[in-house]
Design a protein around this ligand. Structure first.
Ligand SMILES: Nc1ncnc2c1ncn2[C@@H]1O[C@H](COP(=O)(O)OP(=O)(O)O)[C@@H](O)[C@H]1O
Ligand SMILES: [Mg+2]
Length: 325
């Protein structure tokens, strides 16, 4: 049998993702990890690893294509947002050398990367989402008219990892932030609970094959730190409709707010979310689905097949490396 080698780009500290792929491959292929830092711990979890240029370096793509060819890579994915557009844009170059990129189409990736585009998309398609503005004067007008009230969230339109996110209580604060930073958006404060969904859309059939949902109990540095698995038919229906409408493919991580018993879709990352281990440990095996797709097998639709009330608590680990790098 041909070995199913999988390349994980920008692996960083996502050791669990590497472990899961190794486990699911079960010797039928190797996991190769790449990162621009030789101190990215997930590199040393993989069967083979490469230190590569930074993602925006002009040599980056050629280097990755070369690694694919020389290591008989069959599937590729990235774990960080700024790289997803590149992977989507060059999808055909990978396909032409026999590598399946686990990623949505370019337009869908761009839609996720720009939170204001996503807001517009959600509104246009009648999905509930926190009210958002990029024009602060328009926002001030709506405050005067009582359409929106403080506090609000001010955040970068293309941000991630909770970088530069502020809860803001007055106009003066909005002014200071807009003076200091470009490309900000103002968003209605969602006073409720946060939920997260891990979704896999089959790369071959285009069907949503799995959805795992969790209520976030505690966030830390923009990541889910503690969560509990939940199941709700309305939420599954909503997510299925949304994913279908947007036309995603592959692994999708969705942030949701629940306010007054209504679900609001907040933001989408078209990759493995930092909280994916919760889904895997509850039996929602996305690495296996990816391997099936790489082998040309379509996955069966199997939504909500996991246990409720399973808690995830994150904790730190260390990796020790001896010798000279
Ligand atoms: N409008 C909002 N109302 C309440 N909390 C918010 C809002 N926007 C962001 N947050 C908080 O900040 C976190 C990160 O915001 P998010 O928009 O998901 O950006 P990121 O891309 O950094 O994950 C959210 O998980 C939530 O805890
Ligand atoms: Mg988020």
């Amino acid at each position: 049998m041909n070995s199913i080698n999988i390349l994980v780009l920008s692996c960083g500290i996502r050791n669990k993702i590497i472990q899961y792929f190794k486990k699911e491959l079960n010797g039928n292929g190797i996991v190769i990890a790449a990162d621009c830092s030789e101190l990215a711990p997930a590199l040393y979890e993989a069967d083979r690893h490469f230190i590569v240029p930074k993602i925006h370096d002009e040599k980056y793509l050629d280097k990755i294509l070369k690694i694919c060819k020389e290591n008989n890579v069959k599937g590729i994915l990235s774990l960080i947002d700024p790289e997803l557009s590149t992977l989507a844009k060059h999808k055909n170059e990978f396909l032409s050398i026999g590598v399946l990129p686990i990623i949505s189409e370019f337009n869908q990736v761009e839609l996720c990367f720009n939170k204001y585009f996503m807001y517009k998309f959600l509104i246009k398609n009648n999905f509930k989402t926190p009210k958002s503005y990029i024009n602060k004067e328009e926002f001030y007008r709506d405050v005067k008219e009582g359409i929106i009230n403080y506090p609000v969230f001010v955040k970068p339109i293309t941000g991630s990892a909770s970088f530069n996110i502020n809860k803001v209580y007055c106009k003066e604060e909005v002014e200071i932030l807009f003076k200091r930073y470009n490309n900000l958006m103002i968003q209605e404060f969602m006073d409720g609970e946060e939920y997260g969904a891990d979704v896999y859309v089959d790369m071959i059939s285009g069907e949503t094959v799995t959805i795992f949902t969790k209520r976030k109990i505690k966030m830390r540095a923009g990541e889910t730190d503690k969560s509990i698995s939940v199941k709700n038919g309305n939420l599954f229906d909503l997510l299925q409709q949304f994913v279908k409408k947007a036309g995603f493919r592959g692994v999708i991580d969705i942030d949701i707010f629940k306010v007054n018993d209504e679900y609001y879709i907040s933001e989408v990352n078209p990759r493995f979310g930092g909280g994916y281990p919760h889904a895997y440990e509850c039996g929602v095996n996305i690495p296996k689905m990816i391997i099936n797709n790489i082998m040309g097998k379509v996955n069966d639709v199997n939504i909500g097949n996991y246990e409720e009330n399973i808690y995830m608590m994150k904790y730190n680990e260390v990796m020790i490396l001896r010798g000279n790098l």
